[in-house]
Design a protein. Structure first.
Length: 63
């Protein structure tokens, strides 16, 4: 599983994921799960939909 999420993309996912997960916890809603998915893809550096559609935002292929 090679990485397909680049640096800026990872940062945006992490910040958005933390905000959405925080809001989900605060309002006790399922939005927290979406935030957790964004955080997980940011930390792994790999996004399944990106892989399905052949999208790669990494500057170094296979990094």
């Amino acid at each position: 599983m090679s990485k397909n999420v680049g640096g800026i993309d990872r940062a945006v996912r992490l910040i958005a994921g933390l905000a959405i997960a925080g809001a989900g916890l605060m309002y006790q809603s399922w939005w927290g799960v979406i935030g957790a998915v964004l955080i997980a893809t940011a930390l792994m550096g790999w996004c399944p939909p990106y892989a399905m559609f052949g999208i790669n935002t990494c500057k170094k292929p296979g990094a």
